[in-house]
Every structure is written in C-alpha cells, then in structure tokens.
Design a protein around this ligand. Structure first.
Ligand code: BGC
Length: 749
C-alpha cells in the first residue's frame, strides 16, 4: 500500500512538473512569436542541406550563412560534427532573435558505429537489441552535434524491387509497429532535453512503401482499408512512442501528393492522433508537387503544403519564396504559420537549445562517445542476431576451426563500404577501410595458425565476364570448404535504387555454379539490402547465410556464426520470392474464392501456370544449428467474451546439441467476418534462448485488441466468431494449432 502510494505521488509530482514546464514553454513561444517578423517565422520553417554533402538534388545555389544570419533558416541537414555544427550555430547566434538552429541527419542504422541496415535488424526480431542500436546511434549522433534523425523509416514494404525496403522493418504491420515503437524509444531515450536524446522522425508519411511496381517515387493507389490496416499502424506506433517529428513522402496517395495531403497530415496525424510534434517535407517534395501536376507554381505548392499540415520545408525554397506573399494576400492565415512555427520552436525548447545552443557541441564528449568500444561490441552483437540461416545441408555449418584449408571466394570478401550499406553517415576524417571489418578479416581473426585461409575474388559484383572464375575454381580445389560471399553493392539497394531484376547482380550466380562444380562443400553468404532471387543457389548450395549489410562489425559477426560461436537466430522479415514474377508476394494475403491449396491442383485456382504458389523462403523463416520442438499447447478457455482474454501456453524444447534462440510466432485467423480477413496474421511473438535439452513454457495472451480489425465503415472492432490459432517457427511452419471462439454476450461496441 505504502509503495503504491509513493509511486502514485511520484507520478503526480512528475506530471505536475511536466505540465508546468510545458506551460512555461508555450508562454515563451508566445513571447517569441510576438517579436518575430513574417520573414523570421518563415525562417523557422525553412531547412537546407549543408554544402559538404547532399542527400538529394540541390537546387539552392546561394549562401546559407547569410540567410542564417538574417534569421531566414531554422534548420540544416547534413551538417555534422561538433566543430561544423558549432560554426553554423555561431552564425545563428548573430541573428536578431538568436533562435538556435536544428541539425538533422539521416542516422538510419548507426552514426559512426554502424549497425545492420534496418531490414536486417528487423530479422533479429529482438526489440531490445533494436532499441539499443537506436540508443547508441543517438548517443553518438548527439555527441556529434546532431539534434534530430530522419528515422525510423516505418514504411511497410511488400515489393523487394523497391530499393528502400532496406530502410524499414519489412512487410509485416505487427512486427513493423513493434519495431517502430522500439526505434523511437531508442532515439529519444529518456526524453528530449537529455544530452543523449535526439528527435526521431517517423517517415515517410504515408504509404510510400506501396509505390506502384516497386519503382521509387512512384504513385500509390490504395484503398482506405489497406491504408488503415497495413500501412498506417507503424506510424501510429511511432506517435504512441512519442516521436517528435514526422516526414511526409514523395508519392501521391490516390492522386493527392502526401506533402499536400490534408487528410493524411492534418486530419489523421495532427487531428485524430493528436500528434504535437512537427512535420517536415521530404527533400524538395513541396516543389515537386508542380511536377506531380498538383500545383501550378511554387506559390500554390506552398499554400497547399502549409494548409495541409506540412510545417517545415526541406530544400524546396518554397516557403522562403512564397509564404510571405501568401500571408499578405490573406491566402494563408497568419495563425496557420504561427502554429507551424510553434510546433518547431516547441521542440527547440524541449531540446534545451534556448538554454544552451551549443549543448550538443562538446568535442570532448564527441571524442569519447565516438570511440566507445562498447558500441563496437554491441554492433557485433546485433549483427550476429540479424543473420538468417537459410539452408544447412549435412550440417555444413558451423565450420570447425580444425579444418586445414578454407577458401574465401567472391567479390564481397574484402570489401568494407558494402558491409556498411546504403544510408551510412560518412564522417569525413574516418578511414572506413580500417574502421569496418571485412569478411575476410573477420574469418581470419577467428582462425589459428594451423588453418590456411585462401582467397580468390572470382568476379566483381557486377561482372560481365568469367575471367576470374578459373582462379576461383583452382582456389576452391585446394580447400576443404569454401565460403563464397556474393551480393549487392552498397548502392544497389536504397533510395532511387529500385531494380526490376533482383537476381544476384552480374555473373555471381555463375561463379557459384563453377565453384560448386568442384564438389567442395560450399557455404554461400548473401549480402544485400533486399530479398534477392537466387533460385539455383538456394537449391544447390550446401549452406546459405543471408548476411544483408551488417555494418562496422560485419566481418567478425559473420565469422562468429560461421564457426559456431553464435548460433544463428534471425528470421526473415520479408517473403523471398522465387522470381520477380511473384511480386508482390506476402504471407498475410486474403484467401480468395479460389485458393490453390498446392501446386498440383491449380485448374481454375488463384495461381500462376508457370510458378509455384509458395515463395522461396517465407516470412518468419530462419534455421538454427539446433532444432526446436513445440508441444503442449493449452488454452485456458475455448470461448472468450469481448472483455475477457485467453491465456495460451506451450512448451518449446531445444532438441539439438547447441544452445540456441527461437522466435516463437503466434498467428491468428478470423475465420468468417463482415470483411474478409487474411489467411493468417502475426499477432505476437517471443524470442527465447534455450540450452541444449532445455524446455521452456511460453505464454501469450489473446485479448480483444488482437482480434480486432477495421470493418466496412473502418471502425476498429472485433466480431464474434471462430478464430484459428497457429503457433510456429515461421509463417508456413506452423507447429501447433487450435481454435477458439469470441462470443458477444452483453457487449455493445
Ligand atoms: C529521403 C529522406 C531523407 C531525406 C534527407 C530524401 O531524399 O527520401 O528519407 O531523410 O532525403 O536526406
């Protein structure tokens, strides 16, 4: 009783404090707004990229510094490091009102220490680790003068042709929402105002991941159902986690560009979800509304953007050129401008920049945090967890350290930049070849002097000739086992990196065939920013590890898995198609009226004549060096009322020889509903660790929320009826099943 009282008092004191602090901030903003000219207000809404690097097409050719001094720029991106940010901030301090600048940066998967690309991290299904990676990224970035990351990218993506799948958490809304929440929490730590917290930015709002044909920047044509059911929930999760900012997107949604989309920004995000942060445009996306054919000129684009809720203009020069005139002509009310400025100033106050604009520019802290060995250690940790074992015939893996000769072959063996992957921050002074561990070095670090590590490149990533194959084959012949490392270059997945052909680039699969023909055991490592198609390899290699782009510690982490120091535990966050013709392919589709149950019976069924109905590797799939047995599924009741819940329990036993981790996945199917429901939907999961021979009891709770969906009127409801419960090791590998019923006794919704 006493403790409850204490906790209650603490919460009360804290809330009262927050309330008073917020009130104070709003009062300070009121005072400031009264002093600001319209140009200074627009300045707060204006953001430009620094002149050292750009992450989009630069259109502004003038002098940023002059504008900053005149109070006409409120935020910069691509300005990093304590020195450089300080230089800029000093200029802002020469402006009339001395409003500090905000420094934003794409800190997508780490800052100096890079972690696996977000899609790879999602494969870890380890929310704690994912949050910690974001935390470390924030610690490093904030120590380097950054206030704000343009992450997490929470776009659901069902089309691996789209290069930006690498930035998100994959195809699933539930997993994606949990990860969105974890990442926001990680970036923002104990809250803005703390020295190591940076603002998160949920992007790209909205539905950018559904670009037609997987072609970047393309249109999105989407039903309201799909929008609410599949694409919006991760954004809502970001709001729930307290995301300070949102970024809109390049695409149009059903004909209206997201940047000028009032329904999306004003009505849903700021209205229904009560988001109190600010929205930044994507790079140049206000101006691009002209190209879309939505705005006749920059002035109209400006008006459409600000009236629909876009607060900050990144790189369009739209607000700077047109907004004052629009206000003067009463086409945009001043209170709309004030509201946008307020949202931005609020964050500057919350970050503590008005108290000390140089708060994040401490070189000593920068040196310390950017060289913190614990960050590297963790990079290795999460990289190991992100690797997915796709195949392991005759227990080719792990490779014994007693092997005499190992050949490392392939274009990815000695690279560093490609381990880093797309959207890595480039710190000018850093020698990445020394900083990033190559796969060859990682393997070498693991071997004693009695093992020879041979090497042949075989071919380049994009090779058009088989010139290097003979040397690769000769090298393979001298070895007891071959590690063949192939994949995409760092710039073959990412923004504007859509591909219609997602096979292994160049002649890499031919190289695998040539090496495999030696008869030596071949372990293939596939490094990529997206699911690739590699049908022959999947069928013929002895073992395959999907190693994505794993970041700074890639080489060591991969070697940890190869030699069995770590037992792989990753599970695919996206479906891997057999060929491009299956795209889009995802596990949680509807059943249709004519489903094909298998590949043999497809007459008058929903299938392709020339392709299996199954993917190559399904969502949730991933092997381990050990095996897990699922048993004893129990439901504490088979009927539940709307306000009730069902407790589910089951046992998982490690039946193999190695300690290992398993992601136990819970899927549900609403068998009959007023709108059709997917064949299965992930609704919960747990990642557990088991010693060899150990059994653990896993518990899940099913409540109304997990059974709810959007009905025809788009109300979030649950309907009485029967549900299938499926628990398994992947979306296709269901090990335990049951059914239960949701009953509606006295409940009125
Ligand atoms: C991307 C954003 C990114 C921005 C700033 C744009 O091209 O779409 O995701 O945050 O550039 O670099």
């Amino acid at each position: 009783m006493k403790t409850t009282f204490k906790i209650f008092t603490l919460i009360l004191v804290f809330t009262t404090f927050l309330f008073a602090q917020n009130k104070q901030i709003e009062k300070k903003i009121d005072d400031l707004l009264k002093q600001m000219t319209i140009e200074e207000k627009i300045g707060q809404l204006t953001q430009y990229s620094g002149d050292r690097s750009a992450t989009g097409p630069v259109t502004f050719k003038g002098d940023h510094k002059e504008l900053i001094k005149a109070g006409k720029i409120g935020s910069m991106l691509n300005v990093l490091g304590t020195n450089y940010t300080r230089q800029y901030q000093e200029i802002a301090m020469q402006s009339r009102l001395k409003i500090p600048l905000l420094f934003g940066q794409d800190v997508i998967h780490g800052y100096k220490t890079t972690f696996p690309i977000p899609l790879a991290e999602a494969a870890s299904w380890d929310l704690e680790a994912i949050e910690k990676a974001a935390r470390i990224a924030a610690i490093e970035a904030s120590a380097s003068g950054i206030h704000w990351t343009f992450a997490p990218m929470v776009d659901i993506a069902r089309d691996p042709r789209w290069g930006r799948v690498m930035e998100g958490a994959g195809e699933d809304t539930y997993l994606g929402s949990r990860i969105a929440y974890a990442r926001v929490k990680g970036f923002q730590g104990n809250g803005l105002g703390n020295i190591d917290a940076i603002m998160a930015c949920a992007k790209h709002f909205a539905a950018y991941g559904a670009a037609v044909g997987g072609r970047d920047y393309n249109s999105v044509d989407m039903s309201e159902r799909q929008l609410w059911e599949t694409y919006l929930p991760p954004f809502k999760a970001a709001v729930d986690a307290g995301a300070a900012t949102f970024m809109n997107s390049f695409n149009d949604i059903n004909g209206i560009p997201a940047t000028g989309n009032k329904y999306i920004q004003h009505d849903i995000l700021k209205g229904k979800w009560k988001f109190d942060g600010f929205i930044v445009s994507d790079w140049g996306s206000i101006r691009e509304m002209i190209e879309h054919g939505y705005s006749k000129d920059l002035s109209e684009a400006t008006k459409q953007a600000i009236l629909s809720g876009n607060d900050m203009d990144m790189e369009s020069s739209a607000y700077r050129n047109s907004l004052a005139e629009l206000v003067k002509n009463k086409q945009v009310p001043m209170n709309i401008v004030d509201e946008a400025v307020r949202r931005i100033l609020r964050k500057k106050f919350e970050l503590g920049l008005f108290d000390d604009p140089y708060k994040f520019s401490n070189p000593e802290r920068e040196r310390k945090e950017l060289n913190n060995p614990e960050h590297r250690e963790f990079a290795r940790e999460i990289a190991k967890k992100s690797i997915v074992l796709l195949k392991n015939e005759k227990q080719t893996l792990p490779i014994s350290r007693n092997v005499k000769n190992i050949a490392m072959i392939g274009p990815m063996a000695k690279v560093t930049k490609d381990n880093h992957g797309f959207w890595s921050v480039t710190i000018p002074e850093l020698n990445y070849d020394k900083f990033v561990v190559s796969q060859f070095d990682g393997v070498k670090n693991h071997l004693g002097k009695d093992t020879n590590l041979l090497y042949a490149k075989g071919c380049d990533i994009d090779c058009k000739s088989n010139e290097g194959f003979a040397e690769a084959v000769e090298t393979a012949k001298k070895a007891d086992v071959v590690i063949l490392t192939v994949g995409e270059a760092w710039n073959q997945s990412g923004e504007a990196k859509s591909r219609s052909n997602i096979h292994l680039p160049g002649m890499q699969e031919e190289l695998i065939k040539a090496v495999k023909a030696t008869g030596k055991p071949v372990v293939v490592l596939i490094n990529a920013g997206r699911p690739l198609v590699f049908d022959w390899t999947a069928d013929n290699a002895d073992a395959i590890l999907y190693t994505w782009w794993l970041g700074t510690e890639a080489g060591n982490a991969i070697a940890d898995v190869i030699f069995g120091d770590y037992n792989p535990s990753g599970k695919l966050p996206m479906t891997f198609p057999r060929s491009e013709g299956q795209i889009p392919i995802y596990y949680n589709h509807f059943n249709t009226g004519r489903p094909a149950k298998d590949d043999k019976n497809i007459t008058y069924r929903s299938a392709y004549l020339d392709l299996s109905i199954t993917p190559k590797f399904e969502f949730g799939y991933g092997l381990s060096y050990t095996t897990f047995q699922y048993s004893d599924l129990k439901l504490d009741k088979k009927k539940m009322e709307m306000t009730d819940k069902i407790e589910v329990s089951l046992n998982v036993t490690n039946t193999g020889k190695y300690e290992g981790e398993e992601v136990v996945q819970l899927y549900l199917r609403d068998k009959v509903a007023s709108v059709v429901r997917p064949v299965k939907e992930l609704k919960d999961f747990q990642k557990i660790k088991l010693n060899a021979g150990e059994t653990k009891t896993i518990k899940f709770t099913i409540n109304k929320e997990k059974l709810s969906f959007y009905n025809a009127q788009l109300n979030w409801i649950a309907e009485a009826g029967e549900f299938d419960l499926m628990i398994g090791s992947s979306s296709a590998d269901v090990r335990l099943k049951d059914t239960f019923e949701l009953v509606n006794l006295n409940y009125i919704h």
